[in-house]
Design a protein around this ligand. Structure first.
Ligand SMILES: [Zn+2]
Length: 427
């Protein structure tokens, strides 16, 4: 400030000095008819002063604008910092169980930071955590309208629909996500799972086909390829025309490594078409590759004479080293019971090492042996023991129990995960 005063005083002194030195008058034309007669020194000094004043005014204005924008960006930064602090303490409050205050703070954060969906997502997650799905859905609906291309918001909304069991809206949201991000494995996986839950196997298989080339890990890709096979199997089973169904299953069975459910379904389809010899051949092929109860029971069911059962026994005999030996004893005993040969069946049952693991199949077969021997009392006791538990299949993935075998677990949709009690020694 002092420097400005000194400079001003010096300038004024300079002008006065010029006025003193140049006392004569000069004619100065502002327009053709407008002539001013001024002191020469005052004219030159005045022009110089005017220049200085204009330069000072421009510099002052620039400094003012700079100061104004610095103040504004400072204020913005302070506000952003405050919103961040709210976000942090809102999250902390939620983790500490103070839901009302935590949610109120996050609401404020969402309002103050409308271009960022993080607060909305946290809010929705807090409602999901307390099971208030309708409120989580409300928040995410608003967020989805606001950030209509944000993948996290759409995924969270689909997840809430999944928890609420709303299949239609879930598929709709995920289809939107896929349209926005057609090469995102996350979007494709989520949509595939939704189609599977909706039983839309064909659509699920198509999404799976799009997903596999996007997976960088060959091991993961191979697992997903197997899953694709499972989906194609489901598509085949759903075909309404029996001939088309048979054709689709035969195509699936022509591969190199064919999973057990394909052989089961192919045999079932052939049996339904009264092609029993072909059905048995399909199940035998299945049994050779996958020693499972499901094949043994189907083969026994269609075996019409001793020759068939002998053939089955010979086949089962080959598994004694591969499979749990007790399981083979039970399967062979089953063939003898079917042949009404109590003594041979009893010999197999006596060879079982851990009978408790195979109840009630073990008890049921003993009951049959006693019945064939005419030992009514013992037969009844064994039947009673066998009836305490249902012979069940168990999913190896989700522990779901089912009375009937199926290629895909009805609960977790696991592919070929159901195993009989005899195969795993327990259910
Ligand atoms: Zn399961």
């Amino acid at each position: 400030m002092r420097r400005a005063i000194v400079i001003s005083v010096l300038l004024v002194a300079l002008v006065l000095y010029l006025v003193f030195l140049n006392g004569e008058t000069t004619a100065f034309r502002l327009a053709p008819n407008l002539v001013l007669h001024w002191n020469t020194g005052a004219l030159v000094g005045g022009a110089f002063m005017l220049g200085v004043v204009v330069a000072a005014a421009v510099a002052g204005m620039q400094a003012g604008v700079r100061a104004w924008s610095a103040w504004r960006s400072g204020r913005r930064a302070r506000r952003a910092l405050r919103v961040e602090e709210w976000e942090e303490s809102g999250t902390q409050l939620l983790w500490n169980g103070d839901l009302a205050r935590g949610r109120a703070l996050l609401h404020k954060v969402w309002q103050r930071r409308p271009d960022d969906p993080r607060a909305a997502l946290m809010l929705a997650a807090s409602f999901r955590a307390t099971g208030e799905l309708h409120r989580a859905r409300g928040v995410l609906y608003d967020a989805a309208a606001q950030y209509h291309t944000d993948p996290d918001v759409l995924l969270a909304l689909a997840e809430v629909h999944r928890e609420a069991g709303e299949l239609g809206p879930r598929v709709e949201v995920l289809e939107r996500l896929r349209a926005l991000y057609p090469r995102s494995p996350q979007a494709l996986r989520a949509l595939r799972d939704a189609y599977i839950d909706a039983g839309r196997w064909n659509a699920a298989a198509q999404v799976q086909e799009a997903l596999i080339p996007l997976l960088p890990d060959p091991e993961v890709a191979a697992r997903e390829q197997e899953r694709l096979f499972c989906l194609r199997y489901q598509v085949a089973l759903q075909l309404p025309d029996p001939q088309a169904r048979l054709q689709a299953l035969e195509n699936l069975a022509s591969g190199r490594r064919v999973p057990a459910p394909v052989y089961v379904a192919l045999g079932d389809e052939l049996a339904a078409a009264h092609r029993l010899a072909d059905a048995s051949a399909a199940w035998e092929r299945g049994l050779k590759q996958h020693p499972r109860s499901v094949f043994v029971h189907r083969l026994l069911h269609t075996a019409t004479d001793t020759k068939h059962r002998e053939r089955l026994r010979a086949l089962l005999g080959k598994f004694r080293d591969e499979v749990e030996p007790d399981a083979v004893h039970l399967w062979v005993a089953e063939t003898w019971v079917a042949e009404q040969n109590a003594e041979n069946a009893a010999r197999e049952l006596e060879a079982v090492q851990v009978p408790a693991s195979f109840a009630p199949d073990y008890d049921r077969l003993w009951a049959e042996v006693h019945r064939l021997r005419g030992q009514v009392e013992q037969a009844l006791q064994s039947f009673a023991r066998a009836c305490r538990e249902q012979p069940l299949y168990r999913c190896q993935q989700c522990e779901h129990q089912a009375a009937d075998w199926s290629g895909v677990c009805p609960k977790c949709h696991g592919w070929d995960t159901l195993r009989a009690r005899v195969e795993i020694g327990r259910v």
